[in-house]
Design a protein around this ligand. Structure first.
Ligand SMILES: [Fe+2]
Length: 350
């Protein structure tokens, strides 16, 4: 202080600096968004609550949440138009994120942090959406009936030797549309249709139920092979119900196509809504989802794989082992979705 007093020139500088500081603060206060974020989400996992709470703790931004099925949310954002309070849209499956992008309810985001942390195959090339957790769609087999190594690829499921032995859910389910979309991308529509035809003729029963039901049907001896996402199996492994754990005990996991393109993976992801009233908060939220902390919560809470390479503690998930994933951009599943649905319809995979 005394030094400044002895040098009037510095006091003048200090005053100018002070005025500038006041002006800057006033300007940024005017530009700053209210600390609110409106999330429209089709995910309904408890673990997401913890991630939202952690975001609010860190940023002071209060989250309002609207939950519904993805198609209803997309429709709602469209109908709300420019007045939509939606800042963020969240859903599982790249095929659905692509639908949202296609419906024009998202805006592109250019974030160096997101581009750096989220692998290029797990986000939209134009930044309309980003994957924040990853799941693999794998083959489950009856340990009692199927020899290890008898099935190593999705293509094997179409082999006539498995006639009457395969369980899978509906062809109009987005997980299966995305799987077929990836096969179309890899091998073309003709080969993809032959595959779908082959699997459809190997079904043990009409497609019914969700992924967990297919795993349970294998354990019950209704079929020997099934297609389902990894986290459903891990959920059974970790269940408090001994009957669930017994199901998991009878069923083994095959990561398909390890010798060639790798296992089909998908994402849960999010994008910023087209008319987001709080776009800065929205990007901050997306960046938070890519943080080590949120990535760990995804991996532990819903038994999904983090998209960022982090260490995490989930022994049951890790017990499935490491695998090579198909490096194709998950956005291609959406681009091939209509073709995939047409194929399932043609081959009678209902
Ligand atoms: Fe699911």
């Amino acid at each position: 202080m005394t030094t400044w007093l002895r040098h009037p020139f510095n006091i003048g500088k200090l005053l100018i600096f002070g005025v500038l500081l006041l002006l800057t603060t006033a300007a940024s206060a005017a530009a700053a968004e209210e600390p609110v974020l409106n999330i429209y989400t089709a995910r309904h996992y408890q673990s997401d609550d913890e991630i939202y709470a952690a975001f609010t703790r860190e940023t002071g931004i209060v989250i309002n949440r609207i939950e519904d099925k993805e198609d209803a949310l997309i429709e709602r954002i469209r109908n709300e138009g420019e007045n939509s309070p939606a800042d963020i849209f969240i859903t599982a499956d790249a095929g659905r994120l692509w639908r949202a992008e296609d419906a024009g309810i998202l805006r592109p985001v250019d974030s160096a942090l997101l581009n750096d942390r989220v692998p290029v195959s797990l986000r939209d090339p134009q930044g309309y959406w980003f994957g924040f957790s990853m799941r693999a769609r794998v083959i489950f087999y009856s340990k009692a009936e199927v020899e290890p190594g008898a099935v190593t690829s999705y293509e094997d499921l179409a082999d006539p030797k498995w006639k009457g032995k395969v369980c899978v859910r509906s062809g109009s389910n987005v997980y299966n549309l995305s799987l077929l979309g990836s096969i179309i991308e890899e091998s073309g529509e003709e080969t993809a249709e032959k595959w779908a035809q082959g699997v459809a003729s190997n079904l043990a029963r009409e497609p019914q139920g969700g992924d967990t039901d297919q795993i349970k049907a294998v354990a019950a001896g209704e079929c020997q092979l099934a297609i389902a996402n990894t986290y459903y199996y891990v959920r059974l492994l970790k269940s408090d119900d001994a009957a669930d754990r017994a199901v998991a005990e009878k069923v083994g996991v095959i990561f398909p196509n390890q010798a060639d393109r790798g296992t089909h993976v998908n994402i849960s992801g999010a994008g910023v809504a087209i008319h987001a009233p709080h776009p800065e908060n929205a990007i901050r939220f997306l960046e938070f989802l890519a943080s080590d902390e949120a990535q760990r919560d995804f991996a532990i809470g819903n038994n999904e794989y983090p998209v960022v390479d982090i260490t995490f503690d989930n022994p049951e998930l890790k017990s499935l082992g490491e695998f090579k994933k198909d490096p194709v951009n998950v956005g291609t599943y959406g681009e091939n979705q209509a073709a995939a649905q047409a194929i399932y319809d043609r081959v009678g995979w209902k």
